[in-house]
Design a protein around this ligand. Structure first.
Ligand SMILES: NC(=O)C1=CN([C@@H]2O[C@H](COP(=O)(O)OP(=O)(O)OC[C@H]3O[C@@H](n4cnc5c(N)ncnc54)[C@H](O)[C@@H]3O)[C@@H](O)[C@H]2O)C=CC1
Ligand SMILES: CC(=O)C(=O)O
Length: 315
């Protein structure tokens, strides 16, 4: 029996509920929203498709209904508008997190908390500071979405299955994110050697990968989707369901998610994404990747950008 509570039944929250249901990941899903009618409508719409899925009870509820949840996913807040940065949203969404924290922790003190609302690193940090929940049970989806976008791009570039692409985005889920290319590989071939390896095997000629262009594509992906359809919710929901699936499976899995740093790479008191082992009880370990000097500097820069925001918002 896996019980998941989702706070916020907007595009992201309801798509996560739908995806969890279709993938048969949860047996009970509670949907909470300040707009109760919206939560009821979304839950009903999903529930009416359940006869064709693995049995799952999906319903709109109150905080009390979150009792005994294994995982609580937070998607409530104001979505980023075209042209708006994630960080513009910071104070409004910090206030929402502070208002819901006592309500949800009262009923689900033992849950793992998974943040999606933006700015996700700042909200994850806020919850670490004000909830009393152990840091090992608090994570933000962080750069898992950016990592998925990077892998998608590399897979398109090399025309190879995404499963063969092992590359990560670290730091802020935002403008200061970066790719540690020194640890990126395609089927265990370092990213900078893969193009040569392809030429050797089948004579295909493709230009060498332009790292800056790929990172630019990755960082602009969210904005490009929002410009076209007003919001992003499918890729993030699939990414969040991957995290949930890994937690519930009990098999430790490495992924890029946002957690509180306590001295890793010399950085403390900020939440950002590192390659992190996530398991049944939440955060198991943060991997100490052998970053180059410039990659380490990029990570420190990202932490400083986030700390600037933390200084400006009232937590
Ligand atoms: N971390 C990531 O990779 C991504 C994060 N997001 C973020 O997810 C969040 C949600 O996005 P959407 O679902 O598109 O927005 P949305 O506007 O469709 O839904 C937000 C929902 O939160 C609810 N809400 C607001 N205040 C609340 C409160 N105090 N208690 C309970 N519910 C409350 C609203 O009624 C609304 O239904 C945004 O902050 C967005 O920026 C979106 C995509 C990717
Ligand atoms: C909205 C957002 O954070 C994204 O799509 O990356």
């Amino acid at each position: 029996m896996n019980k998941i509570t989702i706070i916020g039944s907007g595009s992201v929250g309801s798509t996560i509920a739908y995806t969890l249901t279709v993938q048969g990941i949860a047996s009970e899903i509670v949907m909470i929203d300040i707009n109760e009618e919206k939560a009821k409508g979304e839950a009903l719409d999903i529930r009416q498709g359940v006869p064709f899925c693995t049995p799952c009870s999906v319903y709109a509820g109150s905080y009390e209904d979150a009792k005994d949840s294994d995982i609580v996913i937070i998607t409530s807040g104001i979505a980023r508008k075209p042209g708006q940065t994630r960080l513009d949203l910071a104070q409004t969404n910090v206030n929402i997190i502070k208002s819901i924290t006592p309500n949800i922790t009262k009923y689900a003190p033992d849950a793992i908390y998974l943040f999606v609302s933006n700015p996700v690193d700042i909200l994850t940090y806020t919850f670490c500071k004000c909830s009393g929940i152990p840091e090992s049970r608090i994570l933000g989806s962080g750069t898992i979405l950016d990592t998925a976008r990077l892998r998608a791009r590399l897979s398109e570039y090399y025309q190879i299955n995404q499963q063969n692409v092992h590359a990560y985005v670290l730091g802020e889920h935002g403008d200061s994110s970066f790719v540690p290319w020194s640890v990126a590989n395609i089927s265990n071939i370092p990213a900078n050697a893969y193009q040569k390896a392809m030429e050797n095997t089948d004579g295909m000629l493709i230009p060498p990968l332009n790292y800056a262009d790929v990172e630019d594509y990755m960082r602009k992906s969210g904005g490009n989707v929002i410009r076209r359809k007003g919001a992003t919710f499918y890729a993030v929901s699939i990414s969040v369901c991957h995290i949930v699936k890994c937690i519930l499976s009990g098999i430790d899995t490495n992924m890029t998610v946002s957690t509180m740093l306590n001295g890793e790479y010399g950085i403390s008191d900020v939440c950002l994404s590192l390659l992190t082992t996530v398991g049944h009880k939440g955060v198991v370990n943060k991997l100490n990747l052998p970053l180059t000097e410039s990659e380490h500097a990029a990570l420190v820069h990202s932490s400083e950008c986030l700390k600037e925001i933390i200084k400006k918002v009232q937590i």
